[in-house]
Design a protein around this ligand. Sequence first.
Ligand code: GDP
Ligand code: GDP
Length: 437
Amino acid sequence: MKNLVAIVGRPNVGKSTLFNRLTQSRQAIVTEIEGTTRDRQYGNVSWNGKEFSLVDTGGWVVNSEDVMEDEINKQVLIAIQEADVILFVVDVMNGLTDLDTGVAQILRKSGKPVVIVANKSDNFEIGFQAAEFYSLGLGDPFSVSSINGSGTGDLLDHIVTLFTKESEEEILEDIPRIAIVGRPNAGKSSIVNSLLGEERSIVTDIAGTTRDSIYHRYNKFGMDFYLIDTAGIRKKGKVSEDLEYFSVIRSIRVIENSDVCILMIDATRGIESQDMNIFTLIQKNRNGLVVFVNKWDLVEDKDNITVKVFENAIRQKLAPFTDFPIVFGSAITKQRILKVMDLAKEVYNNKKRRIPTHKLNEVMLPIIENTPPPSNKGKFVKVKYITQLHNTTVPSFVFFCNLPQWVKEPYRRFIENRMRENWNFSGTPINIFFREK
Ligand code: GDP
Ligand code: GDP
């Protein structure tokens, strides 16, 4: 799992601007959580071949004088629990404030690596004033300007030296990484327990303290893969809104670090908005998908029709992507839990599938010949040649043709469906590109 870097600091110091600068994107995954003052941001940064996840905790802070200090302290405590490195942003134009001093005190006690980012150092003269933040006792401040970008390279150089944990990615063997995801109470812990039994490392009871490895090697019944454990994400009892937020961040990270996701749906509740959010994250990240309808033991009077109705409802909700396996079972009675693992493995293989170029052309060219893209102003699109790209996360195909700009979405979908009929791509997204030769 990648290192997680959290940005903390009082409102208006430039946390969100710094976040955008470091991720260089305004399209990082933004999650909306009810009852908060603004969107929280989560994204990825790649610097000199090192990758890390970045979270801007800014949205936690209720911007009102009387509660602000408490809110900021809470934000800082959670960042300390969750993050590997903390960026403490201060504002050189405003100078040192009491709030900054208070936050510094908490951070000093944490033992976590902290970097003071003296933001708004837009020019050399102002940057000079960053020296006053040295008194916070957290080392040399880094003068940066999130607006014009100056100093951010040095900052990134420094951040990556602070990572103590090696990215697990590098030490894992090349076998499928399968994640169990789903909303709280869907049955994630239960299925992981049923699969791993006693072997599962017991994690501490306090939410947010499971910093152990999340990869469990599962090697039984002819299956060999890593099971990624999101269980324990949310413990029973009262969970503060802030932890809820981090549970979303953790789901995102788990999805990012896996090849195939098993999306657990609670049969007694059907698909709800939280399930849809997770599904969207899976799709955005181009993971493989198997849906496991759990707690099937609790559904009364079920027959084949119940299954069909349920299945159709799920596919309808998740359309237009409908080519994925759905399994009905129970994490507790263990009904079909091996089946779902088997399918996850199959989806993994589908995601890795390579089709020989001659086969591709042999099958697809006649289909296109019979049903060519609709003509536009009397001109015809002619597909000449099809090839599969190398080293892609999901199977990706290029259809070389003249006038690729005229091939519209419905035709692309038609091609995708024909591909899915001819080869097993169940559970995996595929890419279809039309390009000029
Ligand atoms: P946040 O509340 O800490 O997330 O702060 P924002 O990122 O929303 O920034 C607050 C204000 O400071 C905005 O008006 C930004 O344009 C401004 N700001 C952020 N970074 C810089 C900077 O490096 N230089 C200057 N001059 N202004 C900045
Ligand atoms: P998580 O929050 O997704 O990890 O969900 P848990 O594994 O903690 O399960 C939530 C609750 O649902 C617990 O009380 C489980 O005992 C129960 N549960 C989970 N799977 C099943 C199942 O297949 N059948 C039944 N009857 N209960 C289940």
